[in-house]
Design a protein around this ligand. Structure first.
Ligand code: XBP
Ligand code: MG
Length: 264
């Protein structure tokens, strides 16, 4: 029987609330620095988040939110520089410790690593954003806990494309039945599912209203001993009701139940 061998983690919104209080702020700083009158409110950013990828998101904003603006075509050419500036501002926030990991993330990473499970990252953001986040939340050695960090630097097609998950499975040499994915959004769930993976969804303020019926387990966060998670749904939820937090024991049960086919 296939056993659980690896946990695959999305980054933005899953490891940390990097969107509203991280990338969004950094985008706005880049816009101001460039002398642009663009501003992404919390509300508009929630709409724009349906588009994966910061450059793609800016392109979408220009095409769909500033239609009729004759400057838009000229401004499209600014996107690569704006994206680089956004990342500089974002790294600055990470280095200052302004973005923390979500509840249970460090606990689960440490527990899984100690239990001999492989860890991998599957994200649509770029590599330096991931390594800087890991370094400034978990310490300089934390990137080394991961067998593979797969990002937009390696895989061009962004979620909901399953490409990044296919890349991870291929490079780890694992079957989708031997892994579980951690995601926070509909795009992320679709990407994981497209690669045949089961997912645990930790929703956040931007993603809680999504449709996660196809996920195994949907929670508000991974949970801590003094901060139990709230189970919001998922196909395994009714069968495994007594888990106050997401740990290796629970994940092993979810994976076994899935492989035996008793949930599907
Ligand atoms: C989230 C994204 C990214 C980030 C910004 O990726 O869609 O675009 O919002 O990062 P994931 P970039 O949830 O897969 O981690 O500017 O580097 O795209
Ligand atoms: Mg995400």
């Amino acid at each position: 029987m296939k056993t659980l061998k690896a946990l695959l983690f999305d980054v933005d919104g899953t490891l940390a609330d990097t969107e509203r209080d991280g990338h969004r702020i950094a985008f706005n700083r880049a816009f101001t620095e460039a002398g642009l009158d663009w501003h992404w409110s919390e509300e508009i950013y929630g709409v724009l988040l349906k588009i994966s990828g910061g450059k793609e998101r800016m392109r979408h904003y220009l095409r769909h939110h500033r239609q009729g603006d004759e400057r838009s075509e000229r401004e499209l050419a600014l996107i690569p520089d704006l994206h680089a500036a956004k990342n500089r501002f974002y790294w600055d926030m990470l280095r200052k410790g302004e973005i923390r990991l979500r509840p249970g993330v460090e606990r689960l990473l440490r527990e899984a690593h100690a239990a001999g499970l492989q860890l991998a990252i599957a994200t649509t953001t770029t590599g330096e954003n991931v390594t800087t986040l890991l370094e400034h939340t978990l310490g300089p050695e934390a990137s080394g806990w991961f067998s593979l960090i797969a990002t937009a630097d390696e895989v061009e097609d962004k979620k909901p494309s399953p490409a990044v998950y296919h890349y991870v499975l291929e490079h780890l040499g694992l079957d989708s039945n031997e892994c579980l994915a951690f995601e926070d959004s509909e795009n992320g769930l679709a990407a994981a599912r497209g690669a045949g993976l089961s997912s645990i969804i930790t929703v956040n303020d931007y993603t809680h209203a999504g449709d996660y019926a196809a996920a195994e387990w949907v929670v508000d966060h991974l949970g801590e001993p003094d901060l139990p998670c709230r189970v919001l749904g998922g196909r395994a939820a009714a069968r495994l009701p007594r888990f106050p937090l997401v740990d290796v024991d629970l994940l092993t049960k979810i994976q076994r139940t899935r492989v035996r086919g008793s949930i599907r």
